[in-house]
Design a binder for this molecule. Structure first.
Ligand code: ATP
Ligand code: MG
Length: 230
């Protein structure tokens, strides 16, 4: 069993993009907390700042203001160890999968472990186990990612996000490119990660149907976040 504890605290985080004289306040003083074992769903229309917020939490972008604490450590501090954070603490499921198309399903999942210095035999054993958990087995292990269906790609992407056993899973529109039945399978996998493995799962989406998976939910509009009743 896992212990419930505050894993993520996002406090008054803002990010503005500037190009020439134009400014977009993509994230505007967003605050929320999330715990292990729970699914948080952030709903919002296109352009409301969902991907930007996830990138800030995953340290793929830096905020202009605010704090992001993961287990009490502020990842926005200039001396934060972001390489280790990105490799081991967070698993990112991207809006467009971002698999390496020329690599096989198996190789896409072993790659993050390879970067982390995990021995080859162990990489393979763990990748096969993670992929089996997502229903990717047999011939699919050796299929190039470019040949997989959308649902298969998404499941490989989730297995890859889990490769280094992170506490925090960030999923950007994880069902956006899937039909509704495949989407339900993916949502069940993500909720299972929270309920069975105690992961802290954050899902951003425009799909209100995802609220059924949520323990906590927020609405994002023009970069601002507010809690919603579910
Ligand atoms: N790198 C960037 N440079 C400039 N503007 C950006 C950049 N990234 C995002 N934006 C702008 O910030 C706003 C929020 O974008 P973001 O991608 O976070 O929205 P989103 O809610 O994820 O939308 P979608 O549902 O379409 O994926 C948009 O107006 C977008 O054009
Ligand atoms: Mg987006």
């Amino acid at each position: 069993m896992y212990e419930k504890e505050d894993l993520l605290e996002v406090r008054k985080v803002s990010k503005t993009f500037r190009s020439g004289s134009a400014e977009v306040k993509a994230v505007d003083e967003a605050s929320f907390r999330a715990q292990k074992g729970e699914v948080t769903v952030i709903l919002g229309p296109s352009g409301s700042g969902k991907t930007t917020l996830l990138y800030l939490i995953g340290s793929l972008e830096r905020p202009d203001a605010g704090e992001i604490n993961v287990f009490g450590e502020d990842i926005c501090r200039p001396d934060a160890d972001l390489v280790s954070y990105r490799r081991k603490r967070v698993g990112f499921v991207f809006q467009t999968f971002n698999l390496i198309p020329s690599l096989t399903a198996l190789e896409n999942v072993t790659l993050p472990m390879d970067l982390d210095g995990v021995p080859a035999g162990e990489q393979r054993r763990r990748a096969e186990e993670l992929l089996a958990g997502m229903g990717i087995e047999g011939r699919l292990l050796r299929a190039r990612a470019s040949r997989l269906s959308g649902g298969e790609k998404q499941r490989v992407a989730i297995a890859r996000a889990l490769a280094n056993d992170p506490d925090l899973i960030l999923a950007d529109e994880p069902t956006g490119n899937l039909d509704s039945a495949t989407g339900r399978v993916v949502v069940d996998i993500l909720t299972g990660l929270a309920k069975r493995e105690g992961k802290c799962v954050i899902i951003v989406t425009h799909d209100e149907g995802m609220l059924r998976a949520a323990d906590w939910a927020y609405q994002m509009r023009d970069g601002q976040l507010r809690g919603i009743e579910i």
